[in-house]
Design a protein around this ligand. Structure first.
Ligand code: ADP
Ligand code: MG
Length: 304
């Protein structure tokens, strides 16, 4: 059986490194990365545990793909351009077919986002994947959760509820589009230039719209009202409001910039959806087509 060093050599050191700013990559005691002047490094980490975040029966390709996307999505929400990542991998055994497929999943994401694996750690134990993603943003230009102002428009970057539908119907296998969204979410790195130009705050919708918008509102010391008929639903309102795992972004934009943002996005063939407005009054509300308002209680996935 392959030892730890052969494993790293065969599957991780051989991955493409589409960047010129990796001074020292895999193989030394630490990685060394060149940071351009005027930039801050933003760092985020997420762990995926077998049986909690994915099923052990999933393809290793899909597990690798998802592990990278959830981390890319966190950086996109901060308007940080993703650059480098570390991989802490805990494996029950050395299964070469599994590793081959895992490396292929990483390789595809590495190439489509221009990021590089620069180091990590490999241990034995129950299957778990921790990725630490690093990215760049101009100094003091990282987009926070805490910048929303009363009057700002609330946007989401795409349809919501598909991944939650897939989770609910995992065993039925009859929602292929929803399953595709669960297995292969696409981190919205494409929106970074628009977020930098227009947004006052942003968060990625990993726990569900109501839970994550609530986090944004609490951080910004404001509240929000959603327009029920403007929320882009995949299946049901319930799943769109409270279902997680979509990895779309929710962000706020000053009302006077809404038109220009929509125009800019359209020019690039992109579309985001205005779904409500930030208000001074704390808490979340939702308004139906007849103008009836109701309190919206945030709920989403919690580990503890
Ligand atoms: P150390 O004993 O110094 O912790 P390791 O034997 O853990 O070193 O790792 C050797 C090299 O391989 C290091 O550069 C480390 O970053 C890299 N590495 C280990 N595991 C992984 C992995 N899963 N993915 C990428 N690089 C890894
Ligand atoms: Mg180590």
């Amino acid at each position: 059986m392959m030892n730890e060093f052969e494993l790293i050599q065969n599957y991780f050191k051989s991955l493409p490194t589409p960047r010129g700013d990796v001074v020292i990559g895999i193989g030394d005691d630490a990685a060394c990365l060149r940071v351009p002047q005027g930039c801050s490094v933003l760092v985020s980490t997420d762990t995926l545990v077998s049986g909690v975040h994915f099923l052990p029966t999933w393809n290793a390709y899909d597990i690798a793909y998802r592990a990278l996307m959830v981390n890319l999505s966190d950086l996109a929400a901060m308007a940080a351009e993703p650059c480098w990542f570390l991989l802490a991998l805990t494996l029950p055994t050395v299964d070469e077919a599994w590793l081959e497929s895992f490396a292929l999943g990483m390789s595809d994401v590495i190439q489509s986002f221009g990021i590089a694996l620069v180091g990590g750690d490999t241990t034995q134990g129950p299957l778990s994947i921790t990725i630490t993603m690093m990215g760049l943003a101009p100094v003091d230009k990282a987009l926070k959760r805490s910048g929303a102002q009363p009057g700002d428009e609330i946007f989401v970057s795409g349809e919501l509820g598909a991944a939650a539908l897939a989770v609910e119907t995992l065993n039925e296998n009859n929602h292929p589009m929803a399953m595709e969204k669960l297995l292969h979410p696409k981190a919205r790195v494409d929106l970074i230039p628009y977020l930098r130009q227009y947004a006052t705050s942003a968060i990625d919708i990993s726990d569900g719209l109501s839970a994550d918008l609530n986090h944004l509102c609490v951080a910004s010391n404001v509240g929000a009202c959603l327009m029920q008929d403007q929320i882009p639903l995949h299946a049901s309102l319930e799943l769109a409001l409270h279902g997680g795992d979509d990895y779309e972004l929710c962000f706020t934009v000053p009302a006077e910039k809404k038109k220009q943002l929509t125009k800019d996005l359209k020019q690039k063939g992109l579309k985001c959806y205005p779904i409500g407005v930030i208000e001074e009054e704390k808490g979340l509300r939702i308004e139906d087509a007849d103008g009836n308002r109701q309190t919206l209680i945030p709920k989403g996935y919690r580990h503890f």
